[in-house]
Write a protein that binds this ligand. Structure first.
Ligand code: DGL
Length: 283
């Protein structure tokens, strides 16, 4: 379904497990990195929906439709577990996805709970997309875990686009980050949640703005542990028996993706165009 290299993977012995990971773009590579650390030998197929990024200001119908199409493509290519490496797609579309697919789905949420547990000032900042911050999912997290804590929700329109272009430390990115983050610190936040997987690649830049005293939390390690639990229990497969590979796809320009993927992954990687990138939902 996704091309020859995928077929090569799915034709391997039955003990090989394949994990499908997707995001609106390159941000989910931060999650894939964390999972790869936990699972050195598992095969991954990663799809970046960069041709449709950002999701952060899109309608529910659009995000649900894209998530269904991409996840369906991953399952069609042999993925036995789907990791939604996108806070926005999780907040908006994961319930629908779960009703459509039978494979286990690991999803993510902004790390509000650990941030609340960590704060000493009683003030935390959450950086995320507009759709994530206005979602019922985040409202529930704030209600459930945020008693007695002031949670400052900071939408960051345009930030995903900068990461999609690989602009992790340009003057424009730094200036914009300062505008987003400084007011949170000025209001007393001692803990910042990176509630979008793209922002994880900006952590060094954010750190240089806020200094060493502010705690920065994101969810990729928790997602990796959750994925491990699925691999260990539900799939009943020993990860150590498998050979680990990553296959990368994009719905955007593969030429552009090649450069940014390699930059973010930390090694030169090949990125293929996703066939049927705009096909109707088939799950
Ligand atoms: N990486 C996605 C997230 O975690 C970015 C969403 C977007 O494309 O706006 O929310």
């Amino acid at each position: 379904m996704l091309g020859l290299r995928i077929k090569a993977i799915t034709n391997l012995s039955a003990s090989v497990q394949t994990v499908g990971v997707f995001d609106s773009g390159v941000g989910g590579l931060s999650v894939l990195k964390a999972i790869r650390k936990e699972h050195p030998t598992v095969d991954f197929i990663y799809i970046a929906d960069s041709g449709n990024a950002p999701y952060g200001s899109r309608s529910t119908e659009f995000i649900e439709s894209r998530a269904s199409h991409i996840a369906g493509s991953l399952v069609g290519a042999g993925a036995q577990i789907i990791v939604v490496a996108c806070n926005t797609a999780t907040a908006v579309a994961v319930e629908k996805l779960r009703s459509q697919l039978t494979v286990p789905i690991v999803a993510m949420e902004p790390a509000i709970k650990p941030a609340v547990a960590h704060t000493k000032t009683g003030i935390i900042g959450v950086l995320a997309t507009e759709r994530t911050l206005e979602s019922l999912a985040v409202a529930k997290l704030c209600r459930k875990f945020g008693q007695g804590v002031n949670i400052l929700l900071q939408p960051c329109p345009g930030l995903v686009e900068l990461v999609e272009r690989g602009e992790l430390s340009s003057a424009v990115t730094r200036e914009y980050l300062r505008k987003l983050v400084s007011p949170l610190i000025d209001q007393g936040a001692d803990t910042l949640v990176l509630g979008c997987t793209h922002y994880v690649f900006l952590e060094a830049e954010i750190r240089s703005i806020v200094g060493p005293g502010v705690h920065i939390i994101e969810s990729s390690a928790a997602v990796a542990r959750q994925t491990m639990r699925h691999l260990g229990s539900e799939m009943n497969i020993d990860p150590n028996e498998c050979a680990g590979r990553e296959i990368f796809f994009t719905t955007g320009s593969p030429e552009n993706a090649q450069t940014v993927f390699s930059q973010l992954w930390g090694a030169r990687v090949e990125v293929q165009a996703l066939e049927n990138r705009n096909a109707p939902v088939e799950v």
